[in-house]
Design a protein around this ligand. Structure first.
Ligand code: HEM
Length: 491
């Protein structure tokens, strides 16, 4: 025990001195005054860090840069390069059929079980990225590949936000043996490593297996494996890099997308006037017979302003936006092009420079399509209690990796506290036609309750079958020829 204590004390002193020497060399923008040796450790909040950063942002300003505090992060350039090739503005056009299909599945889920909307949204986020990454269709959040990815992500996130542990400040502490008191972070890291390993290996092997059997749906991973096999002497990519880039994609794409979409539902529950205005715009510009599509984006400026405002709600900069705590899409309407560019929250929420989100265009297209489609198909209202009174939604944001880094994850208890109850509008439920297009039942308003109930049963079953059939039969309707390919597959 004595030897362990001496070892610990020695590691701490080495870490402190190394850190102090490094801090002296760095010239950083202003921040809260650091203490000798331990830097900003004392001032760091370990939960709800976004509130701390917001307050620092008001106090420490320098040449347009906000406060600085020392906390290292890491990024693997090889992964980034692979991802960028598959998610640039040209390449993502090939994913549009998949995005439409997944959006349609989301709408059907909402029709069937509106109270489970968080689950539908999470399945959508997982479904789009799993299909692109591994060619795998996600039917439920309980299946193997999703569980593996969710477990690994959960384990990673539960380690705490960046900068919430001593080892974030003193990296030398990672050399402590796992059994030592105070090295709980290391035991957690070892457990996480096992989960991450499984999440990287198991779906990769599935792609190898299906490729060998000739049944693989082309994907990010299969493209890279093929690229490697095309030159037997010189491998273009290390297998570990392919696995790593694929693994990063799930974690980076799912929580961010889900958090933004859930925030959208919350905003619509709280702001029925905004919802109505957007629905009127869709009704006028798109009409009642089809869902909005990517090409409609420019003609739906108010819907686009809602999307921007959902992003903007993640940034609370008082310098950039008046009254930043108010949800107000109108702030983005009728701007000249220069102001529009300067105030576009996409320039902020997807990160900057070397760390710019490589999924920016794909992620934004996903958010837009779901927002526009949900607005076209549903009313979103507050739930009512037995006396018919509206129940105010529970607004509570969990602290964690995503809420600090990219988006905020609402903790919304729909079933008990009541958030949104969605009902059909007069337009009637969606019908998936055999050619993959979507329409509505024209005589829905004239049907009796019983007729509607029966129609729904048949419709839901048939829609599901048609979606599954399209998915299985028509590989060209999924993001197939991905390596360097552009152009949109058939609608
Ligand atoms: C739609 C909402 C999204 C938001 C708000 C968002 C935001 C961000 C931000 C702020 C970063 C930088 C993090 C940092 O500095 O450490 C980032 C990184 C990243 N994002 Fe996104 N993202 C979104 C969606 C996506 C999607 C859909 C994908 C995948 C297709 C994706 C892939 C990535 C990857 C791979 C990184 C890591 C890049 C690196 O470490 O170099 N993101 N994202």
């Amino acid at each position: 025990m004595f030897a362990a204590a001496v070892l610990f004390a020695f590691a701490l002193v080495v870490a402190l001195v190394a850190r102090w020497l490094k801090a002296r060399r760095l010239r950083l923008p202003p921040g809260p005054p650091p203490d000798p040796f331990i830097g900003n450790l004392r001032q760091m909040a370990f939960t709800n860090q976004e509130q701390m950063f917001e307050s620092w942002g008001k106090t420490y300003v320098w040449a347009g840069t906000r406060f600085s505090a020392t906390c290292p992060t890491a990024s693997v350039p090889e992964h980034r390069r692979l991802i960028q090739d598959h998610f640039n503005q040209q390449a993502i056009l090939a994913y549009r059929p998949l995005q439409r299909l997944e959006t349609c599945t989301l709408l059907l889920g909402l029709l069937q079980k509106p109270e489970a909307f968080i689950r539908h949204v999470r399945r959508f986020s997982a479904g789009t990225i799993m299909k692109i990454t591994y060619g795998h269709t996600v039917k439920s959040m309980d299946e193997l590949y999703v569980r593996l990815a969710e477990d690994a992500a959960h384990e990673t996130v539960s380690a705490g936000s960046p900068g919430s542990m001593l080892v974030d400040f003193f990296p030398a502490l990672k050399f402590l043996p796992a059994w030592m008191p105070g090295a709980g972070f290391k035991r957690h890291a070892l457990k996480t490593r096992v989960k991450v390993r499984r999440m990287l290996d198991i779906p990769f092997k599935m792609v190898q297996r299906t490729m060998a059997a000739g049944t693989a749906i082309p994907s990010f991973v299969s493209d890279l494996i093929i690229a490697n096999e095309s030159d037997s002497k010189h491998k273009q990519y290390e297998e570990e890099d392919i696995k790593g880039a694929a693994g990063v994609l799930y974690g980076a794409a799912t929580d961010t997308t889900s958090a933004l979409l859930i925030s959208f539902f919350l905003a619509m529950t709280l702001h029925p006037d905004v919802l109505r205005k957007a629905q009127a715009e869709i009704e006028e510009k798109v009409g009642p017979d089809r869902l909005p599509d990517f090409e409609d984006r420019d003609s739906l400026p108010y819907v686009d302003s809602i999307v921007k405002e959902v992003y903007r709600a993640m940034t609370r900069s008082e310098d950039m936006y008046t009254d930043p705590h108010t949800f107000y899409p109108e702030r983005f309407m009728n701007q000249d092009s220069q102001t529009a560019e300067m105030t576009d929250p996409k320039n902020v929420v997807f990160g900057f420079g070397r760390r710019l989100c490589p999924g920016k265009f794909f992620g934004d297209a996903n958010i837009w399509l779901v927002v526009a489609s949900v607005l076209a198909a549903f009313d979103i209202t507050k739930r009512r209690n037995d006396r018919g009174e509206e129940i105010p939604p529970l607004v509570d944001y969990a602290s964690g990796f995503v809420s600090n880094e990219a988006a905020q994850v609402p903790k919304l208890d729909v079933s008990n506290e009541g958030l949104a109850s969605m009902k059909y509008d007069a337009m009637g439920p969606l019908v998936v036609n055999s050619d993959g297009t979507v329409s509505r039942i024209t005589n829905w308003p004239n049907m009796t309750e019983l007729e509607r109930e029966r129609t729904m049963k048949v419709l839901i079953a048939r829609n599901k079958l048609r979606l599954a059939k399209q998915d299985a039969d028509d590989p060209s309707s999924t993001p197939l020829s991905m390596a360097g390919s552009a152009g949109e597959a058939s609608k």
